[in-house]
Design a protein around this ligand. Structure first.
Ligand code: CAA
Length: 381
């Protein structure tokens, strides 16, 4: 087992780190305060190949493996978790879904634009009454010759306002549970497709989150992804990969909290000494660093299994639940180490605490990750 990065991985890390410091860091506090979408930076990330990293060049991507993607994603999230979630959703949920399940015509029409960063994508599964119980959805699509008519409301859609196309999961047959769910790709501007207000969130405020409304929305049957009735398996299969992305987002936040804590603890003096000389601070830093490394190892194990085409559902869930817990704990400890300064916006560490929380919630709560791990181990659905 080799834990060192290859030349290519080191280059990806350097490129992502420099981009994040040069283009995301300067206004990140301002964007967070104003809840401003980093549109210009996301375009640049597309030009760098960061928006479709795991997609073959033939379909507009950068053709890099999942570990390479995680290395870049960690760097982006260590500086700006809002840009990080936009990158993660486009890569893990949208491009990866299309690459795995779409036909060549759909790949030609949509994947090329989404993987190259020309377009931005969103993924829409949840509804007001169905979050963790994702198959309990009400949105429907009724076949009408060579079209489907979609009706329903979806919510908590990341990039729902800024996206150019969304992958939406709806019922094509009611009364048969998850076997009645199908996946469609719907372009922005399609009549009957609109979005709600930008949600005012605790964290990742630079990313936009909204409800989506489908009212007699007519979509070509060519936009059905995979087979009718296969949508739930497409969603869950895709979310396994998505969870590696969100685990990596959590890792980026956790590492930023560690780095900021070390820097501050070595500068801040109390009782005539730097606070890094106190055992209470050393304990925190040691635990933070250990959990950052453990998170990265769990993430890279899941990524490697994915690249090898082996089952990785349990490993992705373990990575997400552990890394998101680490992000929350490290961010909280970082604010604690900064003391009163940590509570002030201008030091930029209270944002880490606010951004960390969502990693325990979206793409499957920590409780759902535990359920997935337990079910896999115990063999009982
Ligand atoms: N891959 C493929 N298929 C899978 C699968 C997977 N990982 N997990 C289960 N399935 C299949 C099962 O085999 C089963 O098929 P059969 O009936 O043919 O055997 C079918 O899917 C249903 O499986 P379950 O009975 O296990 O389904 P369930 O209703 O008990 O739900 C769950 C399982 C794990 C709780 C699932 O509903 C879940 O993951 N919930 C969380 C939802 C979620 O993550 N939402 C995220 C929203 S998107 C988002 O957050 C994006 C963002 O903004 C950043």
């Amino acid at each position: 087992m080799d834990f060192s990065y290859t030349e290519e991985q080191l280059l990806i890390q350097k490129t992502a780190r420099e981009f994040a410091l040069d283009h995301l860091a300067p206004c990140v506090i301002n964007r967070d305060e104003k809840a401003e979408f980093p549109a210009e930076q996301i375009k640049m990330m597309g030009e760098l190949g960061f928006m479709g990293m795991m997609i073959p060049e033939k379909w507009g991507g950068a053709e890099i493996d999942t570990i390479g993607y995680c290395i870049a994603l960690e760097e982006i999230n260590a500086v700006d978790a809002s840009a990080g979630v936009i990158m993660s959703v486009n890569n893990s949920l949208v491009c990866q879904l299309l690459y795995t399940y779409a036909n060549d015509n759909q790949k030609e029409k949509y994947l090329k634009k989404l993987a190259s960063g020309e377009w931005l994508g969103a993924f829409s599964l949840s509804e007001p009454q169905s979050g963790s119980d994702a198959s309990n959805m009400l949105a429907v699509a009724k076949k009408d010759n060579d079209h489907y008519i979609i009706n329903g409301t979806k919510n908590w859609v990341s990039s729902g306002i800024s996206c150019d196309a969304v992958i939406v999961f709806v019922m094509t047959e009611k009364g048969i549970g998850h076997k009645g769910i199908s996946a469609f790709i719907v372009e922005k501007g399609t009549p009957g497709f609109s979005h709600g207000k930008k949600e005012n969130k605790l964290g990742i405020r630079g990313s936009d989150t909204c409800e989506l409304y489908f009212e007699e929305c007519k979509v070509s049957a060519e936009n059905l992804i995979g087979e009718e009735g296969n949508g739930f398996k497409i969603a869950l299969g895709t979310l396994d990969g998505g969870r590696i992305g969100i685990a990596t987002q959590a890792l980026g936040i956790a590492r930023a909290a560690l780095d900021r804590s070390i820097e501050y603890a070595n500068e801040r003096k109390q009782f005539g000494k730097t606070i890094s000389s106190f055992g209470a601070i050393q304990d925190k830093i040691a635990t933070m660093a250990t959990n950052v490394d453990a998170s990265r190892l769990l993430i890279h194990r899941a990524a490697k299994l994915k690249d090898e085409g082996k089952p990785y559902k349990k490993e992705a869930a373990m990575a997400k639940v552990f890394a998101s817990q680490t992000a929350m704990q490290n961010a909280t400890d970082c604010v604690q180490i900064f003391g009163g300064y940590g509570y002030m916006q201008e030091y930029g560490v209270e944002r880490l605490m606010r951004d960390a929380k969502i990693t325990q919630i979206y793409e499957g709560t920590s409780e759902i990750q535990q359920l997935i791990i337990a079910r896999t181990l115990l063999g009982n659905k």
